[in-house]
Design a protein around this ligand. Structure first.
Ligand SMILES: Nc1nc2c(ncn2[C@@H]2O[C@H](COP(=O)(O)OP(=O)(O)OP(=O)(O)O)[C@@H](O)[C@H]2O)c(=O)[nH]1
Length: 203
């Protein structure tokens, strides 16, 4: 049996080129890849973290932003415990596309999913087009958590993923308190590796 108490699935979505892959690689591998190529379909990485004494395994799904992959990537929303919607703070176009992504979340994700809005590329100071308060207000309006990051400079990247892991762990512990025995049930997911987890978080 694998050595972790909880397993959570986190899915990154957002327009092409906003930095989803770079955020994942910064968090899982501690690097900023030079000349990162566009994602084809969906890719995933694993990282295990420790949250207040419990080992928590994060299965992080990095989806392609390009329109032509949309129907493939949407099929991954359903089983997500956490969704990270990313835009580029230096690109008004990627911010303007957010409402369409929210519509997709409403259509395809579990209604209890924990959603984060992330403004990435804050290292490009002078090129910024979306002020912090505009991103914050948008997130507040749609009841999402908000955080700004730089995958390049590693600003707030660990904080983003650890914050999600902490909140999901807290929720799972609360459920286990309310429904004893719940922690021995498997998540009924379409993902094999999730069903092998002994104490998975269950919606
Ligand atoms: N300056 C800066 N550039 C970044 C940052 N994150 C990503 N980039 C650059 O943005 C470009 C796109 O990054 P990706 O991580 O491939 O973007 P993506 O959202 O995964 O793109 P798709 O796979 O097409 O959906 C690359 O040239 C990265 O080097 C960042 O925090 N700061």
């Amino acid at each position: 049996m694998e050595d972790y108490k909880y397993l959570f699935k986190i899915v990154l979505i957002g327009e092409a080129g906003v930095g989803k892959t770079c955020l994942v690689r910064r968090f899982t591998q501690g690097l900023f890849p030079p000349g990162q190529a566009a994602t084809i379909g969906v890719d995933f990485m694993i990282k295990t973290v420790e949250i207040e004494g419990d080992k928590v395994k994060l299965q992080i799904w990095d989806t392609a932003g390009q329109e032509k992959f949309r129907s493939i990537t949407q099929s991954y929303y359903r089983a997500a415990h956490g969704l990270i919607l990313v835009y580029d703070v230096c690109s008004q176009r990627t911010f303007d596309a957010l409402p369409q992504w929210l519509t997709d979340i409403d259509s395809f994700a579990n209604e209890k999913v924990l959603s984060y809005l992330v403004g990435n590329k804050i290292d490009r100071g002078d090129a910024r087009e979306i002020p912090t308060h505009v991103g914050e207000q948008f997130a507040e309006r749609y009841e999402m958590k908000y955080i700004e990051t730089s995958a390049k400079e590693a600003d707030n990247v660990d904080k983003l993923f650890l914050d999600i892991a902490s909140r999901l762990t807290e929720d799972a512990r609360e459920r286990n308190r309310l429904i004893p025995g719940e922690d021995s049930m498997n998540i009924s997911s379409n993902t094999k590796s999730i069903s092998s987890c002994s104490r998975c978080f269950k919606f």
